[in-house]
Design a protein. Structure first.
Ligand code: GRF
Length: 228
C-alpha cells in the first residue's frame, strides 16, 4: 500500500454474521483503520453483514452465485465491482466462497483473510472442534495474505489463547472471535500504512522479513503485540 495515503479504499467480503466487519467499521469510525471501507460485498442477500454495512452508510453489493455459471464468471463480476470502486485492499471476513485463482493472483499482496485457527493447523472448517479433538493447548486466529490454495497464504499475525480444560467448541469460538476483532483492524491498518507488505515472496514488517507471524497475546483484557 502507499504509506501516508489518507484514505486508501478497502472492500470487505463477508457471507455471514459480519462481526469482524463490524470491528473494522468501528475502527474506521474511530479513525483507526488508516483507510476507508468503501464497499461491502456478499454472496448472500440476507447476510447480517450487509445490514451492518448499510447501517454504517457503506455501499453494498450482493453478487449472486446462482446467476454465475462458473467460479471464473463469479470472480470476473467481483473483480469488476472492486475495480469500479477503486479498491486497493480486499479484506475477507467470513466470505464462505472459494475465489477464482485469477482474481486472487491479481490481488496478490492486496488481499487478506482471517481464519479461526493457528495456521497451518486446521485449514478449512470446524476449526474449534478440531483443535479440541486434537488436544491442542494453544488455539487462536491467523491473518494471512490470500493465495489460490485455501487458507495456505503467508501468515501475517496471530491471536493466541490457551485452551482450558473446560473449553467447548462454543467457548473457544467466542474467545477466538473476540481476539479476531482486536487483531484484524490492527493488521489492516499496518498493511494500509505499508508497515506490512508481501513482496517477492516475503512478508515484511517495518522492512524486516517476518519469518513467523506477529503474535498478539491476550493478557486479561489488554492486548499486546510483540512487535508494536
Ligand atoms: C470468523 O471466525 C473468521 O475467522 C472466519 O469466519 C468467521 C466470520 O465471522 N473466516 P463474522 O461473520 O465476522 O462474525
Amino acid at each position: 500500500m502507499s504509506p501516508g495515503h489518507a484514505a486508501a479504499a478497502v472492500a470487505v467480503l463477508a457471507s455471514g454474521e459480519g462481526s469482524n466487519l463490524q470491528a473494522l467499521l468501528d475502527a474506521a469510525a474511530r479513525g483507526e483503520l488508516g483507510g476507508e471501507i468503501r464497499l461491502v460485498i456478499s454472496d448472500r442477500a440476507q447476510a447480517p453483514a450487509l445490514a451492518r454495512a448499510r447501517e454504517a452508510g457503506i455501499a453494498v453489493r450482493f453478487i449472486d452465485p446462482a446467476t454465475h455459471a462458473t467460479r471464473a464468471a463469479y470472480g470476473a463480476t467481483l473483480q469488476r465491482s472492486l475495480e469500479e470502486a477503486g479498491i486497493e485492499l480486499v479484506v475477507l471476513a467470513g466470505f464462505m466462497r472459494i475465489l477464482d485463482p485469477r482474481l486472487v493472483e491479481d490481488y496478490a499482496g492486496r488481499m487478506l483473510n482471517i481464519h479461526p485457527s493457528l495456521l497451518p493447523r486446521h485449514r478449512g472448517l470446524h476449526t474449534h472442534r478440531r483443535a479440541l479433538e486434537a488436544g491442542d493447548r494453544l488455539h487462536g486466529a491467523t491473518v494471512h495474505f490470500v493465495i489460490p490454495a485455501l487458507d495456505a497464504g503467508p501468515g501475517v499475525a496471530q491471536f493466541r489463547i490457551a485452551v482450558q480444560p473446560w473449553d467447548s467448541e462454543a467457548s473457544l469460538a467466542a474467545r477466538v472471535r473476540l481476539g479476531e476483532h482486536a487483531l484484524y483492524p490492527r493488521v489492516v491498518r499496518w498493511v494500509l500504512e505499508g508497515r506490512i507488505a508481501w513482496e517477492a515472496g516475503e512478508v515484511r514488517f517495518d522492512g524486516r522479513r517476518l519469518r513467523t507471524p506477529l503474535v498478539l497475546s491476550c493478557d486479561g483484557l489488554a492486548f499486546r503485540s510483540a512487535a508494536a
